[in-house]
Design a protein around this ligand. Structure first.
Ligand SMILES: [Zn+2]
Length: 129
C-alpha cells in the first residue's frame, strides 16, 4: 500500500479548456501524476448537472483520492463557466460556481459504487472489486 504523493505537475494546463469544450484534463493529469488506480479511489464520477430550470446543461467530474480531497472539474450549468476546484470531500457534495455562485450538487446515483467503468478499461482487466 504505497501512498504516492509526488508533487503534481499541472504542466498540461493548456488542455484545461480544450477538448469538447468541457473536458479539462486536470483530473486526468492528477490521475496520471499520482498513478491512481481506479479501485483505490474513494470516489470518481462524471455527471451531468442541472441548472436552476432542471435542465442538464452542465457537467462535473469529481475524483476523491485517499486524502479525502475532492478534485472537481465542472462546467457550470448556469453560466457555462468552467473551472477546477479542490475542497474536502463530504456527502452530499456540492460546489459553488466560482463565477456566478450557482450551487452545483452531485446528484445521487443508484449505481454509485460502480465507479466509472470507462475510466481505464485497458489498464487492469481484473479490476472488478
Ligand atoms: Zn456559474
Amino acid at each position: 500500500m504505497k501512498v504516492v504523493r509526488s508533487p503534481v505537475s499541472w504542466s498540461i494546463v493548456k488542455t484545461f479548456f480544450s477538448k469538447e469544450g468541457i473536458y479539462m484534463g486536470k483530473i486526468d493529469d492528477y490521475v496520471k501524476a499520482n498513478n491512481c488506480k481506479p479501485k483505490e479511489l474513494v470516489y470518481h464520477t462524471w455527471r451531468d448537472v442541472k441548472n436552476s430550470q432542471k435542465k442538464p446543461t452542465g457537467k462535473m467530474r469529481v475524483l476523491v483520492d485517499k486524502d479525502m480531497i475532492a478534485r472537481v472539474e465542472y462546467a457550470c450549468p448556469e453560466c457555462k463557466h468552467q473551472a477546477y476546484a479542490e475542497q474536502p470531500w463530504k456527502r452530499p457534495f456540492s460546489i459553488k460556481c466560482a463565477k456566478c455562485s450557482f450551487k452545483i450538487t452531485v446528484p445521487k446515483m443508484k449505481n454509485e459504487a460502480k465507479r466509472e467503468a470507462k475510466s481505464k478499461p485497458a489498464e487492469d482487466s481484473s479490476n472488478k472489486e
